[in-house]
Design a protein. Structure first.
Lengths: 350, 165
C-alpha cells in the first residue's frame, strides 16, 4: 500500500474541500477502497475520512412519502430497517444477497453505489486495463471474459458493475444527493454511472470532491411492495457476485399488470434499467408468455463481448423467473437464501 | 495529523501511537497489541479469519483502518472466555468438532457471536449457513460449525443481544 496523508474533517464542507485536491479519496468504511489500495489498484495520496461526519447515518421517512437514506448508513442496518423492508422489499433482498454479513455490517450506502468493478484484469496490475491505466488496452477482451458485459460495453472496456443494491434502485428511480464545491445537487441514479465509451476510467458523473450525502427512494417505488423481487444467479450458493441478476416489480390489478419496474445486474458497466420491457408488460397479463416477451426486449441490444454469449439467454431467463417470483408475491419473511434461485418454492418454472 | 489513538480492547483501554496511518485494525491487534488470536488469512475481506466485534458488530478487521476507529470498542477471541470458563460457543465448537486445524476458528466464533446478536437466523440450519457464509473453513468442518452455532444459539439466544458477547 502506498503511503498517504490521513485527514478527518469535521463537516461535509471541509471534507469536500479536502477531497477536491488531486490524489485525494474519500474513506467511509473502506471495505472496497482498502482492498484496492492493498493491491496497488488505487493509490490515493490523501485519505479523507468521512466515516464520522454527523447526520449522514439517518434513515428518514419524508412527508411526501419518499425515503431518505444517509450515505453512511450501513448496508446491514438498512436491510433490516422495518419501514425500508416493508416499503422496498426488493431493495432489501438485493442488499441481503450481497457480500458477507461482516462486509454488510461495515459497508456504507454511498460506498456501495461507488464500488469498483471486480474485473480480474482491473485487479491485476500486471494486466492492461483502460479503466485503471487509461490507454493501456484491455486484456479482458482476449482473456477470461465469460463473466463480462453483454450490454453497453465498448472496445475500451467490458467490465461489469458489481453492486446488487443498485439494480432495484435504478429500477425504482432512486436519486442521489451530492455535495460539491458548487453546493448540493440531485443526480438520478440511472445517470450516476457512465457507460465506458473511450473513457472507462471515468466511472461516474461526479466531479472531483463531490460526495454522495444521501440516497432517496420515491414514494412511487413503495407502490410495488406486494410484488417485488430480486433474483441473483451466482456460481456458488452465497457470498458471490452476480453472474446475472434481475430486479422485477409489478403492480397487478385483476391479473393485469398496470405498471412494471425492471432492471438487470451483472450485464453492463452500470445497473441496467429495462424500460422497453416495462412498456411491454404494462397493460398485459401477468403470464409466462408476456414475461418472456419482456425478457426478449430487455436483451434486444445485447451482444457478447467475448466468451460470454451464454449470459444473454441466462439474463432473459433470470428476468422472466424474477417476474414469475414477483407475480407470486413478495414473501412475508426474507428467504433463508436471499435472491437465490435455490430458495425458490411454490412457483412454476418459466 | 496526530496518529495517537485509543482502543478499548476486551474491556481494557489501550493508548496507541501509530507511526503510519496504513495500519489496519488486524495488524494493530496482532503486531502492536500482541493479540494473535485474531488470524490473518487472506487479508482482503474474503475469508473471515480476522473477524472481530467492532462497536457491537462483526466486521473484517483486515479491511478496517485502525486510525479510523479511534475510541472504538473491540472484542476479540481473547476476550470471550471468563477465566477458565469457555464461552458457550467455544464449548459448542469443541463438542461438535467444529474445527480441524483451528486456524479459522477464532473468526468463526466471533462471527457466530455476531450472528446470534443479530438474532435473525435462529435455529434454521439454512439461515445459519447463510449467516456464516463470510467465514471459510478450508478443512471443511462446516457441518460441525453449523451444529455448534445452533446449539450455542439455544443456550444464549434467549439471554438478549447485549449479553451474548
Amino acid at each position: 500500500m502506498r503511503a498517504f496523508d490521513y485527514v478527518r474533517p469535521a463537516t461535509v464542507q471541509e471534507a469536500v474541500a479536502a477531497a477536491s485536491e488531486p490524489g485525494a479519496a474519500y474513506l467511509a468504511s473502506g471495505t472496497n477502497l482498502l482492498d484496492l489500495m492493498k493491491g496497488g489498484i488505487s493509490r490515493p495520496t490523501r485519505l479523507v475520512d468521512i466515516s464520522r461526519l454527523p447526520d449522514l447515518d439517518h434513515i428518514e421517512d419524508l412527508a411526501d412519502g419518499s425515503m431518505r437514506i444517509g450515505a453512511l448508513v450501513r448496508n446491514a442496518d438498512l436491510a433490516r430497517d422495518p419501514s425500508f423492508v416493508r416499503r422496498f422489499p426488493a431493495v432489501a433482498e438485493a442488499l441481503r444477497s450481497g457480500a458477507s454479513p461482516q462486509l454488510r455490517n461495515a459497508a456504507t450506502v454511498g460506498g456501495n453505489l461507488l464500488q469498483r468493478t471486480r474485473c480480474a484484469y482491473f485487479y491485476d496490475t500486471a494486466s492492461a486495463c483502460n479503466k485503471r491505466d487509461p490507454g493501456s488496452g484491455c486484456d479482458a477482451r482476449d482473456g477470461d471474459n465469460r463473466l463480462h458485459a453483454v450490454l453497453g460495453w465498448s472496445e475500451s472496456c467490458i467490465a461489469t458493475h458489481p453492486s446488487d443494491f443498485c439494480v432495484p434502485l435504478v429500477a425504482f428511480d432512486a436519486v442521489v444527493e451530492v455535495e460539491g464545491r458548487g453546493g448540493r445537487r440531485d443526480i438520478p441514479l440511472e445517470t450516476l454511472h457512465r457507460l465506458p465509451g473511450t473513457t472507462p476510467d471515468r466511472e461516474s458523473v461526479l466531479e472531483p470532491g463531490e460526495m454522495i450525502v444521501a440516497l432517496r427512494l420515491p414514494a412511487e417505488a413503495a407502490r410495488f411492495a406486494e410484488h417485488a423481487r430480486y433474483l441473483k444467479v451466482r456460481e456458488r450458493t452465497s457470498y458471490a457476485f452476480a453472474v446475472v441478476s434481475a430486479s422485477a416489480a409489478l403492480r397487478i390489478v385483476d391479473d393485469t399488470i398496470t405498471d412494471a419496474r425492471l432492471a438487470l445486474g451483472g450485464v453492463a458497466t452500470k445497473p441496467w434499467r429495462a424500460r422497453d420491457a416495462e412498456r411491454i408488460l404494462a397493460g398485459g397479463g401477468a403470464d409466462a408468455s408476456n414475461f418472456r416477451r419482456a425478457a426478449e426486449a430487455a436483451l434486444a441490444e445485447a451482444k457478447p463481448s467475448g466468451n460470454n454469449g451464454f449470459k444473454i439467454e441466462l439474463a432473459r431467463r433470470t428476468l422472466a423467473r424474477a417476474l414469475a417470483l414477483a407475480r407470486a408475491g413478495t414473501p412475508k419473511r426474507s428467504p433463508a437464501l436471499p435472491a437465490s434461485p435455490l430458495a425458490f418454492s411454490g412457483v412454476a418454472h418459466v | 495529523m496526530d496518529l495517537s489513538m485509543t482502543l478499548i480492547v476486551n474491556g481494557v483501554t489501550k493508548t496507541i501511537q501509530l507511526d503510519d496511518p496504513r495500519v489496519t485494525l488486524l495488524d494493530l491487534l496482532r503486531e502492536r497489541l500482541g493479540l494473535t488470536g485474531t488470524k490473518k488469512g487472506c487479508d482482503r475481506g474474503q475469508c473471515g479469519a480476522c473477524t472481530v466485534i467492532l462497536d457491537g458488530r462483526r466486521v473484517n478487521s483486515c479491511l478496517a483502518l485502525a486510525i479510523s476507529h479511534d475510541g472504538a470498542h473491540v472484542l476479540t477471541i481473547e476476550g470471550v472466555a471468563q477465566g477458565n470458563r469457555l464461552h458457550p460457543l467455544q464449548e459448542a465448537f469443541v463438542a461438535h468438532d467444529g474445527l480441524q486445524c483451528g486456524f479459522c476458528t477464532p473468526g468463526q466464533i466471533m462471527s457466530a457471536i455476531g450472528l446470534i446478536q443479530e438474532a435473525e437466523a435462529g435455529d434454521d440450519p439454512e439461515r445459519v449457513r447463510e449467516g456464516m457464509s463470510g467465514n471459510l473453513c478450508r478443512c471443511g468442518a462446516y457441518q460441525g460449525i453449523t451444529e455448534a452455532v445452533i446449539e450455542a444459539q439455544k443456550i444464549i439466544g434467549g439471554t438478549g443481544r447485549r449479553e451474548v458477547a
